[in-house]
Design a protein around this ligand. Structure first.
Ligand code: C2E
Ligand code: CA
Ligand code: CA
Length: 848
C-alpha cells in the first residue's frame, strides 16, 4: 500500500485523526476525528497553520517547521512520535501518537499527519497509579483525618489532577462542605468559595456531587464546557481550566459519609471506560475508613473488656450507637443491626428521676466517668437493671465516643431476694420478714464497702393503724396492708428490698444512690403514692404515714445499727406530725433542710400535679391563632400561685431546671394530644431561665425527647429575655445557633425593658421579638412610646424578625399595632392563659 492509499483507508476511520497540510503548514484537510480531538469546526481549522496547534519547545517547533518544508517540496520520509502534544480549542493539551508521511494531495506534495488520541490511555495510567498510591497509604495510615488529607494530596501532587477534595453534605443547608482539599492555592480558594449543593432545584445543585449524592454512584463528566447543566460554574471552570470532573461517593454502612470530588484540566480524563477504576478507588477508601474505625473500636474494646463487665455499648458523641457486643444482643434481645445507628434512648426505661438524665449528660459532657445503676428497657418491653459505667473516650483531646460497660444485676440480686423470700416471707403481703431484711442489708453493705456506694434504710409506719382495724375491721386492715406492700414495690427498682418488719411497720433498703440527697426524691414519691386513698370493700380509706431514714455509710456500717437509727428518725418524724419524714442525722437534716424541704415539696408538687401548665394563645392580624405560650402555675390547695411568686425562689435554689423540664415534657405531651385529636398543631413557646440555657445537655435533652415522640422541631420556640444576652453574649449566641440548626426557634422576650439593643439582634438568629407589655400599655396615650414601638417593628421587619405584642388588652391597642405592621398579638383581648383542655377547644375554631 502506498502512502496515498493508506491515507484513503485512514481518513474514514472512527479512531484516528487525519490532517493534511501543504506549503508553510497550511491545513487543507482534516477528518472528523481530528476535529473532535481538538474541538474545532472544519471552517475554523482549514487554512490555519498546523504549527499553531502543536505544543512543544521552540526547538521542537523549528524542527517541525523544517519537516514541513521538506515534505511540501515533495521529499518522502516517515516520522513517528509517541507523545506528540496538540493544543485543543479549549486550551487543554492533548497527547497523541503521531505518524506522518508525504503524499500527493490535489496534485500537490503535502504532509499527512495521523494522530491517535492518548488521553484515554493517560487517564487509565493515572488511575492505576492513583489506586496503587492509595492502597499503599491505606496499609500504613491509621488516622482518618490524615488518611483523607493524604488521599487528596496524592491525587493532586502525584497523579496530577487539578484539585481533589473530600467533604460531607450538610443535611440542613444541603451544601457540600469541604473538609480535606488539595490544589494550588488559587484553585483551593476558588473551590472553597464556590457553592456546591445537592439541592437540584438550585443552579449550583446540578453537578456531579449532587448526582453522586442522589444515586450513590460515581458521577462523571468528561467535558464540562460542553454541558450546560454546569452553567453556574462556567466562569470558574474557564478561569481555572477545568475540563473533566468526577464525584465519588464514599459510604459507611451503606450510608453516604463523604464525597470525593476530582477535577482535571484535560477532557476525557473521567469517562465511563474507566468507571470501574473510579469505583475501585471508592471501595478502597471505604475499606480504609472501615478498617480505621474497627481498629479504634478494638482499642476501645480492650479498654472495655479489661473491666470484666458483661455488655459493651459504644456510642458516638451524639449518643448514637456505633457498636454493641454479643452480650448486649443477648441481654436486650435486639440484633446489632437493629441497634447500630439508633440513639441510645432506645434503651430508655423512663423510670429514672428527672434529674438523672441531666446528671448523666452533664457528667459525660464534662468528660467525666458516669457510674450508676441504670434501668433499661429491652426489646420485649421488660426492664433490666444494670450496673453501668460510661466512659467518655477522647481522641486527640475531643470526646468522640462513649463506652458504656455494664453488668446485668437483675438476676443476681433478684435471685438472692427470691431465695430469701421463699423461706422467710410474710404470708399476708408476700414480703420478706425482718430477719431476712437484715441479711439483705448485710449483703448490700459488704458489696457497697468495696464499690463505694451509698444506700439508705427506710422505715415506714402507717399512723394509728390500730384504729383502722378497729373502725373497719381486720379484713379491711389486711387489704390495706397488702395494698401498701404493692405500692411500695411499685415505686422501687427491682433490686431494692421491701420487707414487713413488724405488723404495721415496713422497711426499705434503697441500694444504690448517686448521692444522699437523692433519697428525698425516692421517699417523697413514695409518700405521695402511699397517701392516696385505699379501697376496702365499699370504703375509701385515707391513711397517713411517717417515715424515718438512716444512710449508709454515714449513719452506720451494720444492718442493725442502720435499722435502729432509722427507727429513731421515725420517732422524730412522728413528733413533727402526720406524713412527715425524719432523717437520723440532724446535722445532715439541718444542712440540707432548706434544700431538702423545698426539693421534697417540689417533688411532691410535681407528683401531686401541683404544677400546671397554662397556655396563652397569640394571634395574627385576623385574630387567627398562630401559636401559644406555655406559662407555669403552682396550685397548692385552692390557691393558684403565679410564676413571679415562686420562680425567683426556684432559680435561687437551682431547682428551676427540673421544673422547666416538667414544663417541657408537658408541652410535648400536649402537642401529642392535639395531634391525636386531629387538630393541626401550632407553635408552642416555652420560657427558659438563664440556668436552663446554661445546662450543658440542653440540646440533647430537647432533641432526644422530641425525636422519640416524633414531634417536628419547628413547633417549639424558646423564649429568652434580653438580660441573658448581657452576661455571655457569645455563649448564648452559640446555644441559639446550634438549636436553630435543629430547627428550634427563639423569641426575645420583654423586649424594650432595660438592655434593648437592636445591634445584637442583627447578630443573633432570632425568630420573634416580643414587645414588652409596658410599651403596649402606654402606646395609646404616649407619643414617644408609640414612636419607639413603631420603629422597633419596622426595624425588626428589616431583620426578618417577626414581632409579637404582649399584653394587648384593648381594641385600640390592637388597631394601632396592626397599623404599625406588627405581626402577632397576645393578650387578654384575645385570651387569658388557659388550661390545656381549653386550648384544644380554642384550636378547633382557631379564631379568637
Ligand atoms: P412573660 O413571659 O412576659 O409572660 C407574659 C405574662 O403576661 C404572663 O404572666 C401572662 O399571663 C401575662 N399577660 C398576658 N396577657 C396579658 C394582658 O393582656 N394583660 C396583663 N396584665 N397580663 C397579661 P404570668 O403567667 O404571670 O407569667 C409571668 C412571668 O413568669 C412570665 O412573663 C415569665 O417570664 C415567667 N414564667 C412563666 N412561666 C415560666 C416558665 O416555665 N419558666 C420561666 N423561666 N419563667 C416563666
Ligand atoms: Ca414569655
Ligand atoms: Ca414577656
Amino acid at each position: 500500500m502506498n502512502n496515498e492509499e493508506l491515507f484513503n483507508v485512514l481518513k474514514n476511520s472512527s479512531v484516528v485523526g487525519v490532517v493534511i497540510y501543504q506549503e508553510k503548514g497550511r491545513i487543507v484537510y482534516a477528518n472528523d476525528v481530528f476535529l473532535k480531538l481538538l474541538g474545532y469546526g472544519k471552517e475554523e481549522l482549514l487554512g490555519e497553520n498546523i504549527l499553531d496547534f502543536v505544543s512543544g519547545s521552540d526547538e521542537f517547533i523549528s524542527e517541525q517547521r523544517e519537516i514541513i518544508k521538506r515534505r511540501t517540496k515533495g521529499e518522502r520520509f516517515p516520522y513517528e512520535d509517541e507523545t506528540h502534544l496538540f493544543k485543543a480549542k479549549n486550551g487543554s493539551i492533548i497527547p497523541a501518537s503521531v505518524f506522518a508521511y508525504t503524499i500527493n494531495y490535489n496534485n500537490k506534495p503535502s504532509g499527512v499527519v495521523i494522530a491517535i488520541d492518548k488521553t484515554k490511555e493517560e487517564s487509565s495510567k493515572n488511575l492505576f497509579f492513583a489506586l496503587s498510591q492509595i492502597n499503599q497509604l491505606i496499609v500504613r495510615e491509621d488516622n482518618k483525618n490524615r488518611l483523607l488529607q493524604a488521599i487528596c494530596d496524592i491525587l493532586v501532587e502525584k497523579v496530577g489532577y487539578l484539585a481533589a477534595s473530600i467533604g460531607t453534605i450538610d443535611e440542613i443547608t444541603k451544601l457540600y462542605n469541604i473538609q480535606y482539599i488539595s490544589a494550588s492555592e488559587e484553585v483551593k480558594q476558588a473551590l472553597l468559595n464556590t457553592a456546591i449543593s445537592v439541592d437540584e432545584s438550585k443552579p449550583y445543585g446540578k453537578g456531579t456531587v449532587s448526582a453522586a449524592y442522589h444515586t450513590g454512584k460515581v458521577a462523571i463528566v468528561s467535558e464540562v464546557t460542553s454541558n450546560n447543566r454546569f452553567g453556574y460554574w462556567k466562569d470558574a471552570y474557564t478561569k481555572h481550566n477545568v475540563h473533566s470532573v468526577c464525584s465519588i461517593p464514599i459510604k459507611k454502612r451503606n450510608k453516604l459519609s463523604y464525597i470525593l470530588y476530582l477535577a482535571s484540566d484535560s477532557p476525557n480524563i473521567f469517562t465511563d471506560l474507566y468507571r470501574h477504576l473510579l469505583e475501585e478507588i471508592q471501595s478502597d477508601i471505604e475499606f480504609a475508613l472501615e478498617k480505621i474505625e474497627k481498629e479504634k473500636y478494638s482499642k476501645m474494646m480492650i479498654t472495655a473488656l479489661n473491666t470484666g463487665f458483661d455488655f459493651v455499648v459504644i456510642t458516638d458523641n451524639n449518643f448514637n450507637i456505633v457498636y454493641v457486643n454479643k452480650a448486649t444482643e443477648k441481654i436486650t434481645g435486639y440484633s446489632s443491626d437493629e441497634l447500630i445507628g439508633k440513639h441510645h434512648s432506645i434503651f430508655s426505661s423512663k423510670t429514672h428521676s428527672i434529674g438523672f438524665a441531666r446528671q448523666l449528660y452533664g457528667t459525660l459532657k464534662r468528660g467525666e466517668t458516669f457510674y450508676s445503676p441504670i434501668t433499661y428497657k429491652i426489646k420485649d418491653g421488660s426492664l433490666v437493671d444494670a450496673k453501668v459505667i460510661i466512659v467518655p473516650f477522647k481522641l486527640e483531646g475531643k470526646i468522640e465516643y462513649y463506652i458504656a460497660v455494664g453488668e446485668d444485676i437483675t438476676e443476681k440480686e433478684e435471685l438472692y431476694e427470691q431465695l430469701d423470700a421463699l423461706i422467710n416471707y410474710d404470708n399476708l403481703t408476700g414480703l420478706i420478714n425482718r430477719a431476712s431484711f437484715i441479711r439483705s442489708t448485710e449483703r448490700f453493705i459488704k458489696r457497697a464497702g468495696i464499690e463505694n456506694i451509698v444506700g439508705a434504710v427506710v422505715v415506714i409506719n402507717p399512723v394509728n393503724f390500730k384504729n383502722i382495724n378497729h373502725a373497719f375491721g381486720f379484713e379491711a386492715g389486711n387489704l390495706i396492708l397488702k395494698e401498701i406492700a404493692a405500692r411500695l414495690k411499685e415505686n422501687l427498682r427491682k433490686y431494692d428490698v421491701v420487707a414487713r418488719l413488724e405488723s404495721d411497720k415496713f422497711g426499705l433498703l434503697i441500694k444504690e444512690l448517686k448521692n444522699e440527697i437523692d433519697i428525698t426524691v425516692v421517699v417523697a414519691n413514695m409518700l405521695n403514692s402511699l397517701r392516696k386513698l385505699y379501697t376496702a370493700g365499699k370504703e375509701r380509706i385515707s391513711v397517713a404515714f411517717n417515715i424515718g431514714i438512716s444512710l449508709y455509710p454515714k449513719n452506720g456500717l451494720s444492718a442493725s445499727v442502720l435499722l435502729d437509727k432509722a427507727n429513731t428518725a421515725l420517732m422524730d418524724a412522728k413528733k413533727k406530725g402526720e406524713n412527715s419524714i425524719g432523717f437520723f442525722e440532724k446535722s445532715l437534716e439541718d444542712a440540707v433542710s432548706k434544700r431538702v424541704k423545698l426539693k421534697t415539696d417540689l417533688n411532691l408538687a410535681i407528683s401531686n400535679k401541683e404544677f400546671m401548665v397554662y397556655y396563652q394563645p397569640y394571634v395574627d392580624k385576623n385574630r387567627q391563632i398562630v401559636g401559644a405560650e406555655a406559662l407555669l402555675r403552682w396550685k397548692t390547695g385552692d390557691r393558684i400561685v403565679l410564676p413571679l411568686d415562686f420562680i425567683p425562689l426556684l432559680e435561687q435554689t437551682d431547682l428551676i431546671g427540673e421544673v422547666e423540664q416538667y414544663v417541657f415534657d408537658a408541652i410535648l405531651e400536649e402537642i401529642c394530644r392535639i395531634k391525636k385529636l386531629g387538630i393541626n398543631p401550632v407553635n408552642i413557646s416555652i420560657n427558659l431561665s438563664e440556668k436552663s440555657l446554661y445546662q450543658p445537655d440542653l440540646e440533647e435533652m430537647i432533641v432526644s425527647e422530641m425525636d422519640r415522640l416524633n414531634i417536628e422541631k419547628n413547633l417549639i420556640k424558646i423564649e429568652i429575655v434580653e438580660r441573658m444576652l448581657v452576661d455571655n453574649f457569645n455563649y448564648v449566641k452559640s446555644v441559639i445557633q446550634s438549636l436553630r440548626k435543629q430547627h428550634i426557634g427563639f423569641a426575645l422576650d420583654d423586649f424594650g425593658t432595660g438592655y434593648s439593643s437592636l445591634a445584637y439582634l442583627s447578630q443573633l438568629s432570632i425568630d420573634y421579638l416580643k414587645i414588652d407589655i409596658s410599651f403596649i400599655r402606654a402606646i395609646v396615650n404616649d407619643k414617644r412610646t408609640r414612636n419607639i414601638t413603631e420603629s422597633t417593628i419596622s426595624l425588626a421587619k428589616k431583620l426578618n424578625i417577626k414581632t409579637v405584642a404582649e399584653g394587648v388588652e384593648t381594641v385600640e391597642q390592637f388597631e394601632l399595632l396592626k397599623s404599625f405592621g406588627c405581626d402577632y398579638f397576645q393578650g387578654y383581648l384575645f385570651s387569658k392563659p388557659v388550661r390545656a383542655k381549653k386550648l384544644e377547644e380554642l384550636l378547633k375554631n382557631r379564631l379568637l
